[in-house]
Design a protein around this ligand. Structure first.
Ligand SMILES: C[S@@+](CC[C@H](N)C(=O)[O-])C[C@H]1O[C@@H](n2cnc3c(N)ncnc32)[C@H](O)[C@@H]1O
Length: 378
């Protein structure tokens, strides 16, 4: 969920906005109907109208759509249908000519971003329609950054009898957002294959096994990944650390221990993302000259902090039985189905769960939260 300031920062990124403005001007033709996937504060919607779109469907799952609505209202900008919904649940009156989106993070794989783009194209783009972005290529390189590696090495501390160094193993399996400088890059970057082509079904896996050659002496602290976007025929944008900064930063894939490297040393590395269901799982490894051939493979699955109970509850054969929170939500949704008001449902909840709610207001507030999530508002 992006905050208002998060949207401000995205729109203040002159490289991103410049590239998107040029791509939209090049792609959108007079009279086009456009779908803006994840419109946020609306910048891409307004650029599409400026480029000649006759109508924009601006879809946004978060409350930030209110920012875009406010701006449209204050500037008396018409020809927009705002839809507060997850793109995957949206029905439009007909297919659109152009889809414009930026649902990426440090890499184009952010949660279910690729699935969202695929659904947008398959469900809403007319035959021969155009997409912004057209494709993304993910790059990877070994990186020197003691600061970034602090997320792994920083656990060597103890409180009382508790030695926290065991948690560096968990941290070494977690990817994170970092802004590297160009001088941190230790070798010539290579691209993962295949590219992410938004005009086709997204790949279930993408990756690379490669050998990097160190360009200088230093210490390798892991891998960095970023992307180069083809936004339209002549517009591209790179988020490489060797380019001026953008809001996207880079993704950091930590190594377990820093590895000393000399110019010309070979670093064997792999980086792969695989979709398990709709969930992206990253695996990576990096082996320097001094490492044993059996080097460690890191996995974002191992970096997840999940209790044994939570894992068991996700198993296909698990038969869930509702806890008190489930009972309450079940009752609320049942009463919503009977078309009762929030206040009525709250009063009934207070009777059914007297030890859980102290006042009717507390119960009504709980109903209101579920109404925001599940009710058809409008
Ligand atoms: C990186 S921001 C971009 C905002 C705006 N389009 C821009 O370029 O400034 C991505 C936005 O997409 C929204 N989003 C992500 N997944 C979505 C989905 N499945 N359905 C609707 N909106 C989504 C997020 O809430 C967020 O506001």
């Amino acid at each position: 969920m992006y905050s208002t300031l998060g949207h401000l920062a995205m729109m203040q990124d002159a490289r991103r906005m410049g590239a998107y403005s040029r791509a939209i001007a090049e792609t959108v033709r007079r009279g086009d109907v456009v779908l803006d996937v994840g419109c946020g504060a609306g910048a891409l919607t307004f650029l599409a109208l400026e480029a000649g779109a006759s109508h924009v469907f601006a879809v946004e799952s978060s409350e930030s759509i209110e920012l875009a609505k406010l701006v449209a209202r204050k500037n008396r900008i018409a020809n927009i249908t705002f839809l507060k919904a997850d793109l995957r649940d949206v029905a439009l009156p007909g297919p659109v000519d152009v889809i414009v989106a930026d649902v990426r993070g440090a890499t184009p794989v952010l949660g279910n971003s690729l699935q969202v783009m695929q659904v947008a194209r398959a469900k809403h783009l007319r035959e021969g329609g155009r997409m912004i972005p057209v494709s993304d290529r993910i790059f990877v390189a070994p990186i020197e950054s003691p600061e970034a590696h602090g997320s792994v090495s920083g656990w060597h501390m103890s409180f009382g009898k508790a030695d926290y160094s065991c948690l560096s193993d968990v941290a070494s399996n977690q990817t994170r957002f970092v802004r590297f400088s160009g001088s941190a890059v230790l070798a010539i970057p290579v691209a993962l294959t295949p590219d992410i082509d938004y005009r086709a079904d997204c790949p279930r896996t993408a990756g690379i096994d490669t050998v990097f050659e160190a360009l200088r002496d230093g210490h390798c602290h892991g891998l960095a990944a970023w992307f180069e976007a083809t936004l339209s025929e002549s517009v591209s944008m790179s988020t490489s650390p060797e380019e001026p900064h953008t809001i996207y930063g880079q993704a950091y894939f930590p190594g377990r221990e820093p590895q000393e490297v000399k110019t010309g040393d070979r670093l064997q590395a792999s980086l792969r993302v695989t979709f398990v269901g709709q969930e992206p799982v990253w695996t990576w490894s990096i082996r320097g000259p001094g490492d044993s051939p059996k080097s460690e493979t890191h996995s974002s699955l191992r970096g997840r902090v999940l209790s044994g109970d939570a894992l068991r509850a996700r198993a296909p054969e698990y038969v869930p039985s509702l806890n008190i929170e489930g009972d309450i939500d079940y009752e609320i949704i049942g009463l919503m189905k009977e078309r009762r008001s929030n206040a009525e449902i709250g009063q009934l909840l207070l009777k059914s769960f007297p030890s859980h709610f102290n006042t009717a207001d507390e119960a009504i507030s709980r109903v209101g939260k579920l109404a925001v999530r599940y009710a058809v508002v409008g």
